[in-house]
Design a protein around this ligand. Structure first.
Ligand code: ATP
Length: 239
């Protein structure tokens, strides 16, 4: 099977800091793939390279059979890749409704947008109850739902999630995990999930890559990795 997304030999630098060193990862259509690793391992930089925010120094990025590493971020969104950034970054003084609509800024199909908004409100009833409320007044978990909803409003084929569980309570993390699975299964959206919460990431995903100091250190089926001795010691805190 041809991969939907493939990074081949990606190097990325911030001035002299080498953040990614010969990183090759791929994602097949319909998959949830997790990227795990410690602080500074290069997870966010990998997402920035895919979304055009960081231009790789070397290597290629293939999306649906075409090279995209030279495209601008807006061109990449237009091809069906949407990002939910770390820290969520909702527009705090805009309503939930308007935050969600921002995700559809490249679309012109008014009826489709209205239908998608209705579907989102079915998925996130708490957001529907408060759709006129300023997004900055929501809890962290609710803001994460707004950020995911906003990304879905672009009708992506691939959703990039940067640390969606960061700073959230265990119960809310379980809810986010359910949303991730449902978006994948019900909406048929492929997902690349970056997480420091390795346990959650491995439970939700089909496959995973572990990054260490800018390199792919380990990869495999998430279920196998959950039982892997090295992964348990290094990433799950199990001796
Ligand atoms: P975190 O979970 O802390 O975001 P990460 O795995 O996402 O970690 P990156 O943010 O991709 O890691 O960072 C990879 C390396 O690049 C680190 O050494 C980091 O210090 C460096 N780095 C990241 N952003 C910048 C920047 N804007 N300028 C300089 N160096 C950077």
């Amino acid at each position: 099977m041809k991969a939907l997304l493939a990074l081949e030999g990606i190097d990325a630098r911030y001035d002299k800091v080498r953040a990614l060193n010969d990183v090759s990862i791929h994602l097949n259509e319909g998959e949830i793939v997790a990227l795990i690793g410690a602080n500074g391992a290069g997870k966010s930089t990998t997402l920035r390279a895919i979304t055009g925010l960081v231009r790789p120094h070397a290597g290629q990025i293939h999306w649906d059979g075409q090279r995209i590493e030279m495209l601008r971020p807006d061109q990449i969104v237009a091809r069906g890749i949407s990002m939910v950034p770390e820290g969520r970054h909702v527009y705090p003084f805009m309503s939930i409704h308007d935050n969600l609509l921002m995700g559809a800024f490249l679309r012109r199909d008014k009826v489709g947008i209205a239908n998608d908004l209705e579907r989102l409100f079915v998925r996130f009833p708490r957001l529907k109850e408060r759709y006129r409320q300023q997004a900055g007044t929501l809890s962290g978990g609710e803001q994460q739902m707004v950020a995911i909803g906003r990304a879905l409003m672009a009708r992506p084929r691939l959703l990039l999630l940067d640390e969606p569980s960061l700073g959230l309570a265990p119960q809310v993390i379980r809810e986010i995990a359910r949303v991730i699975k449902s978006v994948n299964q019900d909406d048929k959206v492929s997902i690349l999930l970056v997480e420091q919460n390795s346990r959650m990431a491995l439970k939700v995903s089909h496959r995973a890559y572990a990054l260490a100091t800018g390199r792919v250190a380990l990869q495999g089926n998430s279920e196998d990795l959950l039982g892997n001795e090295d992964i348990r010691k290094l990433y799950l805190g199990v001796a």
